[in-house]
Design a protein around this ligand. Structure first.
Ligand SMILES: Cc1ncc(COP(=O)(O)O)c(C=O)c1O
Length: 394
């Protein structure tokens, strides 16, 4: 037997955000006082009524296999919530419940991307898209966006990258890591382009309910979107349910049917108890979502105001999600740091603040700080960064 792994697995790397988090965790276990601003995980507990629903499910012995696609009432609840939040009209056969949003992204890419297909990915991008496309044998085509424009995506920039081999465009707004939102006019132009050129739009809406400017928006609500848009959604961030692993996919029946087929041979159903918890999260009171959003907004305003006062740091205010993504290009210019990755490394070594360097997201020269940490941790982290920069400036 050979020790070689498959050629497929050789194409992908371990998730760099998970790697940074693991590193911070290891330091903490060794007793080092680390301020971890690397993880994109709500610091809030799962709401009480959601936890109670799970406890009830266990007591009622709801502990067996469910259909691979998820329980019908949860599929129905996902469609109803998406309709209420974004004005879409999905029906149960157009919905699949997955083990988290990442699983929905993975299943859509496996279901639709053939070897050699091109997949357009705007940068900065969430780390998983590239690797998921590579695993399927596809070719990631990266479209840069401009820091000076708050990393907003222009349909025109996408159009320039469309070729005969284009199979999919991946959108993620609010964006991780930049917090950028998608303008509704640009969204309509992208849908028109996708319909005209015959490619899919995979819309990762993991942060769709965490919007601070204007109304939450889904590209799936654009007229004509139903035939080309696929939605990957998640309860992880919206309801502070990262560990429960519940997400969903929405899209045309035949594509969802393909995803279910894949699920039937891989994960089978998502966790039965977590499905009952998710049902309560979607159907129950939504004030917990608003309360968490307001806390993130407070943190955003505080962190951005403090970062803006720091030397050599430029930052725009994120319109959604829960990350600050400042540029530190001025500190790289004199050659003291070869990259933002080296800068992040020194930040961790010298002042014990963990963050994710922009290279992980295809946007070197930046750092991503998570706002999903307590106010105290954020203030302490910012104090340390300030002290670090003051020493560098001397
Ligand atoms: C943009 C984006 N999509 C999807 C996910 C996956 O979320 P989950 O699999 O926990 O639902 C994340 C998590 O960090 C994310 O940032």
């Amino acid at each position: 037997m050979t020790a070689e792994l498959s050629e497929r697995i050789g194409r992908i790397r371990f998730s760099s955000t998970m790697e940074t988090a693991a590193r911070a965790d290891e330091l903490r276990r060794r007793g080092v006082d680390v301020v971890d601003l690397s993880v994109g995980e709500p610091d809030f507990p799962t709401p009480e009524h959601v936890k109670e629903a799970a406890i009830r499910a266990i007591r009622a012995d709801f502990t067996r296999y469910t259909p691979a696609a998820g329980i019908p009432e949860l599929r129905e609840a996902v469609c109803a919530r998406h309709a209420a939040d974004f004005g879409t009209r999905y029906e149960v056969p157009e919905c699949v419940i997955t083990a988290g949003g990442k699983h929905a992204v993975f299943n859509f890419i496996q279901t639709l991307v053939n070897p050699g297909d091109e997949v357009i990915i705007p940068a900065p991008y969430w780390v998983t898209y590239r690797d998921a496309v590579l695993l399927a044998g596809g070719r990631p085509i990266v479209v840069p966006t401009e820091p000076a424009e708050g990393f907003t995506l222009r349909a025109e920039e996408v159009r320039k990258r469309v070729s005969d081999a284009t199979r999919m465009l991946i959108l993620n707004f609010p964006n991780n890591p930049s917090g950028a939102l998608l303008d509704s006019g640009e969204a309509a132009r992208l849908v028109e382009l996708a319909v005209g050129c015959g490619f899919w739009i995979l819309s990762d809406e993991c942060y769709a309910n965490l919007v601070y400017e204007g109304e939450p928006f889904s590209v799936a609500s654009v007229p004509g979107a139903a035939s080309v848009v696929l939605v990957a959604g998640s309860l992880s961030k919206t309801y502070a349910m990262t560990g429960w692993r519940i997400g969903y996919g929405l899209g045309p029946r035949h594509v969802i049917e393909g995803c279910i087929r894949l699920q039937s041979h891989s994960t089978s159903n998502p966790n039965s108890v977590a499905q009952k918890a998710a049902l309560e999260a979607l159907r129950g009171p939504q004030d917990c979502v608003a309360a968490m959003r307001e806390e993130y907004r407070w943190r955003r305003d505080r962190v951005i105001a403090r970062l803006r006062r720091m030397p050599g740091v430029t930052v725009h205010s994120p319109g959604g999600a829960f990350y600050a993504f400042p540029g530190i290009g001025a500190w790289l210019e004199d050659g003291r740091f070869p990259s933002s990755a080296a800068f992040a490394e020194r930040l961790l070594e010298e002042v014990r603040v963990a963050c994710v360097p922009g290279e992980a997201f295809g946007a070197p020269g930046h750092l991503r700080f998570s706002l999903a940490a307590s106010r105290q941790a954020l203030e302490e982290g910012l104090d340390r960064i300030e002290a670090f920069l003051a020493r560098l400036a001397r």
